[in-house]
Design a protein around this ligand. Structure first.
Ligand SMILES: C[S@@+](CC[C@H](N)C(=O)[O-])C[C@H]1O[C@@H](n2cnc3c(N)ncnc32)[C@H](O)[C@@H]1O
Length: 263
């Protein structure tokens, strides 16, 4: 056998290892969303297992997909906050998109486009596959794009943007994002809205001049989602995420730093 060539037995066992939390032996139970639509978004992966070799790895919280009812609930709240333009002018951007469940849900709204950004290559690959399935099934109403990169360096597209954050990272990354956005949106007051679910770092946003809080409160899971998430998380305890009957959420709008001076 030549040096370096894998033997037959090796080749057999050389299947890529699933990330911890994505195997049935880890207690994985598929969420009803996946069973209904034939996609793959279930699983709880602790942040310590999401190592992409990036300097921001240490700020990753965990992977867990949004409850569909909470996603729809925060979209209802946002539309009550009088966005400055019709929904079809907005690009929806999920920073920390994971396997893409929020993107799939967003693609049923008439956004201009739906964009996902995920740091971990395995999750981004699974998300891309889900997007392909979604399009093939005719469920994507709008263009969908997936990028594997650090959210902190992702340039937002022109025009109004709706940012979606499901508690993806810690305060240092969020602070950096706010700094970049403030530099890039000096003349775009009102064009940047942020939906923040499980808003653990909400104080970072609250302390940042120029961002106005439009909503803060609990958004309830539907009964079906509450049962599903409770069952999944009991079976697959990660110790870092518990799913009560609601998520603490907030919504912010970039008003521009000079707003106070103009008024
Ligand atoms: C709680 S999951 C949310 C998944 C998805 N947004 C959803 O709602 O279904 C958070 C995700 O953020 C990703 N993430 C954390 N830090 C990131 C960063 N700096 N850039 C891009 N993605 C990041 C994690 O890898 C994880 O997949």
């Amino acid at each position: 056998m030549s040096v370096g060539a894998p033997g037959k037995a090796e080749r057999k066992t050389a299947k890529p290892r699933l990330l911890p939390g994505l195997a049935v032996k880890d207690g994985l139970i598929r969420h009803p969303f996946d069973l209904e639509f034939g996609v793959r978004t279930s699983g709880l992966i602790a942040g310590r297992h999401l190592n992409a070799g990036h300097r921001h790895d240490r700020h990753v919280t965990a992977y867990y997909a949004i409850a569909p009812s909470v996603f729809r609930g925060i979209l209802v709240r946002w539309r009550q906050c009088r966005p400055i333009a019709p929904i079809d002018a907005y690009t929806f951007v999920d920073l920390g998109a994971g396997m893409g469940r929020a993107l799939l849900l967003a693609a049923s709204y008439p956004f201009r486009a739906v964009v996902g950004v995920e740091l971990h290559p395995t999750l981004a690959r699974i998300a891309r596959r889900n997007l392909v399935l979604w399009r093939a099934a005719g469920r994507a109403r709008v263009p969908m794009h997936m990028h594997c990169r650090d959210a902190a360096d992702f340039p937002l597209p022109p025009g109004p943007c709706l940012i979606f954050l499901f508690n993806p990272f810690g305060a240092p990354v969020l602070r950096r994002l706010l700094r970049v956005w403030k530099q890039n949106f000096p003349d775009r007051a009102g064009q940047l809205d942020i939906l923040y679910v499980n808003d653990e770092q909400k104080n970072v946003l609250r302390c940042e001049p120029g961002f106005e809080r439009l909503f803060s409160g609990q958004i309830r899971r539907s009964h079906a989602d509450a049962v599903a998430d409770r069952t999944i998380l009991t079976q697959q305890p990660g110790g870092e995420y518990a799913a009560p009957g609601w998520e603490d959420c907030s919504i912010y709008r970039w008003k521009g730093e000079t707003q106070g001076l103009r008024d």
